[in-house]
Design a protein around this ligand. Structure first.
Ligand SMILES: Nc1nc2c([nH]c(=O)n2[C@H]2C[C@H](O)[C@@H](COP(=O)(O)OP(=O)(O)OP(=O)(O)O)O2)c(=O)[nH]1
Length: 138
C-alpha cells in the first residue's frame, strides 16, 4: 500500500519580534508526540492553503492572524506518511485571545531561541532558516 501524503500548512506567527511555538501532546505517532511545531494542519479538499492555515490557526489557538508570504516549503518522510510542509509568515496583532485547544504548551521565543526546543523532525530546516534570518529580528 502506498504511504499517505499530506499537504500541511504551518504558520510562523510573529508578535513583537517573538514567534509562537506550540507543543503537541501524545498522538498516534511516537515520533511527533510531544514535539514542538508551528500551528497549522492538513489542507482539506476544496480549501486553499491560506484558508486552511487561517482555519487551523484559529481552531488551535483562537488567534486571528494576518497571513503573509510563503517562507519555506519542504518534503519530509515520516515512517508512516510523508508531508509537504509549507510555512507562511503570519502576524498576530493581538494575542490576548490566545487559548490552546489541541496543544499542551506554548512558548513565544525570539528567532535565535527556537533551536532550544525539541521540534518535529520535519521542522528543523525551517527552524534553522529562522534562526539565521536577520530580517525576522525586531
Ligand atoms: N501543524 C503542523 N504540523 C506539522 C508540523 N510539522 C510536522 O511534522 N507536522 C505534522 C504533524 C501532523 O502529522 C501533520 C499535521 O496534521 P494535523 O495538524 O492534522 O495533525 P494530526 O492531528 O492529524 O496529527 P497527529 O497529532 O495525529 O499526528 O503534520 C508543523 O510545524 N505544524
Amino acid at each position: 500500500m502506498p504511504i499517505p501524503h499530506y499537504d500541511v500548512v504551518a504558520g510562523i506567527i510573529q508578535h513583537e519580534g517573538k514567534i509562537l511555538c506550540t507543543q503537541k501532546g501524545l498522538g498516534k505517532h511516537v515520533y511527533t508526540s510531544f514535539k514542538y511545531e508551528f500551528p497549522g494542519g492538513k489542507v482539506e479538499p476544496g480549501e486553499t492553503a491560506d484558508s486552511a492555515l487561517y482555519r487551523e490557526i484559529k481552531e488551535e489557538t483562537r488567534l486571528e492572524v494576518q497571513i503573509g508570504n510563503r517562507y519555506h516549503v519542504l518534503l519530509h518522510d515520516y515512517p508512516d506518511f510523508r508531508i509537504t510542509l509549507t510555512a507562511y509568515l503570519c502576524r498576530a496583532a493581538h494575542i490576548e485571545t490566545l487559548k490552546l485547544t489541541e496543544h499542551i504548551h506554548h512558548q513565544w521565543l525570539y528567532p535565535a531561541q527556537l533551536r532550544e526546543l525539541d521540534w518535529a523532525a520535519a521542522d528543523w530546516p525551517i527552524v534553522e532558516k529562522i534562526s539565521g534570518d536577520t530580517s525576522l529580528r525586531p
